[in-house]
Design a protein around this ligand. Structure first.
Ligand SMILES: Nc1ncnc2c1ncn2[C@@H]1O[C@H](COP(=O)(O)OP(=O)(O)O)[C@@H](O)[C@H]1O
Ligand SMILES: O=C(O)C[C@@H](O)[C@H](O)C(=O)COP(=O)(O)O
Length: 330
């Protein structure tokens, strides 16, 4: 038995959330529904413009790990925070949610812990403005062989692709895990991230990944074929397990050529932040515990449904009891 069932690697980001009208987004030049990277000055302006801020530990794959920790799996997260108040808050929140935060907060240097200013629209859509401080300095030296080789499954955050060091960290994690018999997969994270690194993403998925998870825009951004079905077929041709989340239309899974569609009851989210991340938590819980694809998909939609019912990217309910209620676990 390996020490960890799931190990994640990604940006360690503190989310600062507030509600905003779409006219406010336009006025501030914020693009709705995506993650934009911002510099320090703009981060300060946006932070200052936020009313009734809520602060919560975030980071896409870290959110997924927190969800898996909530479900009681053995988990660890590889990420980088500064040894400042936000960084210590972040590391201890991760541990409290049941996930080992394996890299100690880094003292010295002048890059602070990363943060994302997230504006939640009346329709629940979230628009993220991320200031990548120390988190984006993550490199291969932060990946301990002991952690990566001790993972049954690793889950990598596509956002790390924005820096060469992140890419290296990523590939080291995947290769170490797979060489020791584990499985590696990626959350595509954002269509604009694919735009910046399309060829590398495709090569990585083809050569190094056992599974890939993304929303419709993300899956479609890889090959940009004529429609979703054509794009799914293209990705499925290079990766044995493709999971495409489709907001209020549920999820489509293609596993070894077999397609499974799991519907959801469409709602207006209170806050869509973390929908994809918590879907991944439920799905990976299913994968790690040997469930069939239909069950994995249903577990994912239950986790996503919980997180979009409140502000913030991590679960507030006891997810195992939601699974029990849906008769997915005993
Ligand atoms: N409006 C909605 N109604 C019901 N479920 C939703 C809704 N939006 C998202 N979800 C759930 O969250 C999952 C992920 O949402 P999606 O928008 O595809 O991902 P992301 O947050 O990465 O953009 C969906 O597969 C679904 O289970
Ligand atoms: O990674 C970021 O820039 C913001 C994260 O901290 C945030 O929590 C997030 O990734 C939300 O994920 P999503 O809404 O599931 O894409």
């Amino acid at each position: 038995m390996k020490k960890y069932q799931v190990v994640g690697i990604g940006n360690a980001i503190v989310d600062v959330l507030t509600r905003a009208e779409d006219t406010f987004l336009e006025m501030m030049g914020i693009q709705k529904g995506i993650m934009q990277l911002v510099e320090k000055d703009r981060a300060q302006v946006l932070y200052g413009a936020m009313e009734s801020r809520v602060q919560a530990p975030g980071g896409s794959v870290a959110n997924t790990l927190a969800g898996l920790g909530n479900l009681g799996l053995r988990t660890a997260f590889i990420g980088r925070v500064h040894d400042d108040a936000l960084g210590r808050f972040y590391a201890s929140a991760m541990e409290k949610d049941g996930t080992d935060f394996v890299n100690a907060p880094v003292p010295g240097g002048d890059l602070p812990t990363s943060r994302s200013m997230i504006f939640v629209s009346p329709d629940g859509e979230r628009s993220m403005n991320t200031y990548l401080g120390i988190s984006a300095e993550l490199g291969p030296e932060d990946v301990s062989e002991d952690v990566a080789a001790e993972a049954e499954i690793v889950f990598l955050e596509g956002y790390l692709f924005d820096k060469p060091k992140g890419k290296e960290a990523f590939i080291r994690t995947a290769r170490t895990c797979r060489a020791a018999g584990g499985k590696a997969g990626i959350a595509i994270s954002d269509p604009f991230c694919v735009e910046r690194h399309r060829e590398d993403f495709i090569k990585l998925i083809q050569n190094e990944m056992d599974y890939v998870i993304g929303n419709e825009d993300e899956i479609r951004s890889l090959f940009q074929d004529q429609d979703l079905d054509a794009d799914l077929a293209r990705v499925a041709a290079i990766c044995p397990l493709v999971v495409c989340t489709r907001s209020g239309d549920g999820v489509t899974i293609v596993h070894n050529g077999v397609r499974t569609d799991v519907p959801v009851k469409k709602v207006i989210p209170v806050d869509a932040t973390g929908a994809g991340d918590q879907f991944a938590a439920g799905f990976l819980y299913g994968l790690a515990t040997g469930r069939d694809m239909e069950t994995c998909g249903r577990m994912g939609t239950i986790c996503a449904g919980e997180v979009i019912s409140h502000m913030g990217p991590r679960p507030e309910a006891n997810i195992a009891s939601l699974f029990r209620h849906a008769e997915l676990i005993g």
